[in-house]
Design a protein around this ligand. Structure first.
Ligand SMILES: Nc1ncnc2c1ncn2[C@@H]1O[C@H](COP(=O)(O)OP(=O)(O)OP(=O)(O)O)[C@@H](O)[C@H]1O
Ligand SMILES: [Mg+2]
Length: 269
């Protein structure tokens, strides 16, 4: 029978062991801090969302009470209250949609429905779908695409339109009668850059770094009504990240904002 040879176990120098232990400890405590921070953000998000959900619901319940009590209400007042209820319900439903989409986008397993799309065609179609809203809101809209913009992009078109839609709705929401809203695009190297800009209220330098955070609204007034919920840009950022793209903003208070999207372009080599 062959004799088993004894090999002396290699000893790791104490210093090296201590260093490895220290590093593992550091990494653990950093991961722990990150988890705590994420948990805090999640709690804050839930607090804000439940506030935003509760406020219009309370208003709806009291309006129903009013309609029950005042049986002899004039027809115009009655219609106004119904309109107000319809607006609040529409707003609530939009918010639930956004919460669902945000949850979807944060799921790492979510697969985009990628297809090769002609960028100019998508942008033109989007622009024409906005024209009526822009006119109704008395904004001056413009579209500027280079004539030779022949560029295909690999995108989940429905999701990209959600991003554009939020940028356009924001431009409408944070501007006033007569302001300008422009949609433009250009090829820069191998990237397509899309820009939605407005001459609206702009964003203060203090607010600027936070606008892509979930549930952040610059005015911080959490009042019900037609205002937003601070979710659109967080969703837009997740969508752009999932496409391997980027989103960023440049803004001057009282002069307006420009939101940029960047996506890899499929160029014929
Ligand atoms: N074009 C803009 N001009 C000025 N401020 C803007 C503009 N776009 C976004 N903001 C600021 O950034 C905040 C976050 O925007 P975001 O789209 O995430 O939320 P929202 O429009 O308030 O609500 P939601 O999109 O969920 O309906 C806004 O509340 C607003 O304060
Ligand atoms: Mg928005």
């Amino acid at each position: 029978m062959e004799k088993k040879r004894y090999t002396k176990p290699q000893t790791i120098p104490r210093e090296e062991l201590e260093r490895a232990l220290f590093q593992a400890n550091e990494e653990l405590s950093q991961a722990n801090e990150k988890l705590n921070r994420q948990e805090k953000e999640r709690m804050e998000l839930f607090r804000n969302l439940s506030h935003d959900l509760r406020a219009p619901m309370t208003a709806l319940v009291s309006t129903i009470g009013l309609l029950r009590e005042k049986k002899d209400m004039p027809e115009t007042e009655y219609q106004e209250l119904l309109d107000m209820m319809a607006r609040r319900l529409k707003n609530l439903s939009a918010m639930l949609d956004e919460i669902f989409l945000l949850g979807q986008m944060e799921n790492p397993q979510l697969e985009l429905k990628l297809e090769e799309i002609d960028a100019a065609a998508l942008l033109e179609e989007f622009y024409y779908s906005c024209e009526a809203d822009g006119k109704y809101a008395k904004r001056s809209l413009s579209l500027s695409l280079p004539e030779d913009l022949q560029c295909m992009i690999m995108v989940d078109a429905q999701k990209l339109v959600r991003v554009l839609d939020n940028l356009f709705t924001n431009a409408l929401r944070y501007s006033k009668d007569g302001d300008e809203i422009a949609l433009s695009a250009q090829l820069i190297g191998e990237k397509l850059q899309i820009c939605v800009s407005d001459t609206g209220v702009g964003i203060t330098p203090e607010d600027l770094p936070h606008v892509f955070e979930r549930s952040y609204r610059a005015d911080r007034s959490r009042t019900p009504g037609d205002g937003g919920h601070g979710l659109g840009l967080a969703i837009a950022k997740s969508i752009m990240d999932k496409h391997g793209g980027r989103i960023w903003v440049e803004s001057v208070t009282e002069h307006g904002s420009s939101f940029f999207l960047e996506l890899p372009a499929l160029l014929e080599k």
